[in-house]
Design a binder for this molecule. Structure first.
Ligand code: MN
Length: 551
């Protein structure tokens, strides 16, 4: 990694002018600024790209080097170092030649004179589109005002939805900027760190890219709350020795038990990142000890069948904690993650969390959607994963077209980014995945828009339930529909999926004015009855005062 940091993100004009001021220009005789880095990159690319493709990448470097000539990063190093480092991060994931080329050029439209047409001519439409997509995201300025931020999300997802590689380049860009954030002034650090924690880390998570996700989180935490970060780090350091002994003891016990049963697997202890510890302490009001004294292990084995056998051995060795077993192999998470999770009482009664998975599953867990490129030649079990992620992106785009204003879209996006999932069954035994807190109405819309729009009731495990009932894992859900029925505005109070909300709102918007009026009166009457008014009739004057208050 480079020693000193960071992007002088030449967003604003004055900044930009300053960065490319003539005093910064190097003499013609100087060696090219990115010489070492580009050689290193090309060597890496040699592992999986052909020589023509590498030549194209080099051409992009020459172009970028010239375009950024004279610009310096805040740290004082030539600007071209940054795009080259971004390309290197992506090369680690074996991203294709176009993505690597676009990564090297990712700041040229934004920060230099080089126009998009120029890129089309020199590097082809695909690369130009990628660079354009990344620039679009980069230009988004996150404001405190919610409305504007929502608009930005929208733009971001529009830019991303066209091609998932745009997100990967943007995430690598953010990762490098975070790694080199030390060079920026405190205010900017805080601003970028917050944005990283609120937007980019959750996206990396959503795409199943655990490595990037953890690193983005930890760096974000460090720059947003330096004091808290330092204190936690210190606490972890102090306890580390003691912990290590216990981790090793449990690990040995597991390995021994496995070999007795003639099972083979790689057993490793897992460490939580600092931000997870911090968040758990806050959210669940736990002390550091309570969070830290949980021991995590991962067992990687050869095949699916072995996963279940290993689980049996573990449950035989230590008593499982009821209700904590999750089978993400049979029912993978939306981002493609697969593993068996269980929590057992270890020695001295300490909780021990164990994840068991195959090597293929492990790769997907580490790099998520990236595994599509990284292990393209591997067997087809990986191939489904990006498919699921793409599905999610398509859903978001669909919502964004339906949602009338940016705030609606933001609400939907937040829900989709931050909540966990529940899995339920349709009457035909198909599995539907819904966010935590989803109701029968969300389920109805997940089945089909038509089913949602004509839903009059639902049964969970064959019993009639109120529409607002939240679904639990494993529920059998059956929707009752009638052709004459239409969405009830009250549903908006409890639905949690973006899809349901967008469709209900869309329906309500399209209702005729009079219908809306009579509906409004009915709702008002109902609300008034609820607070003890016998007769729903109120005087015009009262109505006016009321409306004014509610505006
Ligand atoms: Mn950049």
């Amino acid at each position: 990694m480079t020693t000193q940091p960071t992007s002088r993100r030449a967003r604003s004009k004055p900044n930009h002018a300053e960065s490319s001021s003539p005093t910064n220009r190097r003499d013609v005789a100087d060696p090219p600024a990115g010489g070492f880095l580009i050689n290193d990159l090309c060597e890496k690319l040699g592992d999986y790209l052909d020589s023509q493709q590498i030549a194209d990448v080099y051409r992009a470097y020459v172009f970028g080097e010239e375009a950024h000539e004279g610009q310096l990063r805040r740290s004082g190093e030539p600007y071209i170092h940054h795009p080259l480092e971004v390309a290197r991060i992506l090369a680690g994931m074996r991203l294709d030649a176009q993505s690597i080329t676009a990564a090297i050029l990712h700041d040229v439209i934004e920060d230099t004179e080089a126009a998009k047409e120029h890129l089309v001519k020199d590097f082809g439409k695909e690369v130009a589109e990628l660079v354009d997509g990344v620039s679009n995201i980069s230009q988004i300025k996150f404001k405190t005002k919610e409305e504007e931020q929502a608009e930005n999300f929208r733009k971001m997802f529009l830019a991303m939805g066209r091609d998932i590689r745009v997100i990967l380049i943007k995430l690598a860009d953010r990762l490098h900027n975070m790694r080199t954030l030390a060079a920026l002034v405190r205010d900017r650090q805080r601003e970028i760190a917050r944005e990283t924690l609120e937007i980019y880390a959750p996206i990396a998570n959503r795409l199943g890219m655990r490595q990037w996700y953890y690193e983005l989180e930890d760096l974000g935490f460090m720059y947003l709350y330096p004091m808290r970060h330092r204190i936690l780090e210190e606490a972890v350091r102090k306890r580390h020795g003691n912990r290590k002994a216990i981790v090793e003891k449990i690990r040995k016990a597991i390995i021994q038990q496995l070999s007795q049963e003639e099972l083979e697997g790689e057993v490793t202890g897992r460490e939580k990142n600092l931000y997870r510890i911090y968040r758990k302490m806050r959210q669940k009001c736990l002390s550091f000890d309570q969070v830290y004294d949980v021991y995590g292990y991962r067992i990687v084995v050869d095949k699916v069948d072995t996963c279940y056998r290993v689980l049996g051995v573990i449950h035989n060795l230590y008593m499982p904690i009821p209700g904590r077993f999750k089978d993400y192999i049979a029912i993978p998470k939306a981002n493609g993650y697969q593993s068996l999770h269980t929590v057992v009482f270890g020695p001295f009664g300490v909780p021990v969390e164990i994840q068991t998975r195959t090597e293929d599953m492990h790769r997907v867990a580490e790099v998520g959607v990236g595994s599509h490129w990284l292990y393209k030649s591997g067997d087809s079990s990986d191939a489904q994963m990006p498919q699921r992620t793409l599905h999610w992106l398509k859903d978001l785009l669909d919502i964004q077209q339906k949602a009338g204003n940016p705030r609606e879209f933001l609400e939907n996006l937040k829900v989709d980014l931050f909540s966990d999932e529940v899995y339920v069954f349709t009457p035909k035994g198909e599995i539907k995945k819904l966010p935590q807190g989803a109701t029968t109405i969300d389920f109805a819309y997940a089945v089909h828009t038509h089913v949602g729009n004509h839903c009059i009731g639902a049964k969970i495990n064959h019993e009639l339930v109120p529409s607002r009932t939240t679904l639990r894992n494993g529920n059998h859900v059956e929707v009752i529909t009638a052709e004459w029925a239409s969405p009830n505005p009250v549903w908006l109070d409890f639905v949690v999926t973006g899809k349901a909300r967008a469709h209900i709102r869309n329906f309500l918007k399209n209702q005729k004015h009079e219908e809306a009026e009579s509906l409004g009166e009915r709702l008002l009457a109902k609300a008034l009855q609820g607070v003890g008014f016998e007769s729903p009739k109120i005087r015009e004057a009262q109505k006016k005062t009321l409306l004014k208050k509610l505006e």
